[in-house]
Ligand binder design. Structure first.
Ligand SMILES: [Zn+2]
Length: 118
């Protein structure tokens, strides 16, 4: 189990990452609006605009996923279950949490899940 200081540290990291993602989402969607406002006249422009949009959407989806994971982790800090693997219930290595602050699973479970999804 993580101590109070460690939990504070991760909570700060999560809050900071959250703010970052929210501002990323903001700038991505305003870029998309700019793309949309430049109404294209020929097919080439149209195609490149669509590419830009789907790229933007992919980025936004990824960011939105990350945001959800962060919200989940913040909830877990509240419920005092943060840092515990969602699958096996073992403590997640703190070094792993530092790299991936919103990790849901320990390394062994993550590997199993990735193999199943592969
Ligand atoms: Zn596990």
């Amino acid at each position: 189990m993580l101590n109070k200081e460690e939990l504070d540290y991760f909570q700060n990291m999560l809050e900071e990452t959250k703010v970052q993602i929210l501002s990323n989402l903001d700038s991505t969607s305003s870029e998309l609006n700019t793309l949309r406002d430049n109404s294209p006249r020929d097919e080439g422009d149209h195609a490149s605009m669509q590419r830009g949009q789907s790229l933007g959407n992919t980025i936004m989806l990824k960011q939105a996923d990350k945001l959800k994971a962060i919200e989940r982790s913040l909830k877990r800090i509240e419920n005092e279950t943060y840092g515990i693997c969602d699958s096996c219930g073992e403590a997640i290595n703190i070094e792993r949490l530092k790299v991936k602050v919103f990790a849901d699973y320990c390394i062994s479970c993550r590997e199993i899940i990735e193999q199943e999804n592969a």
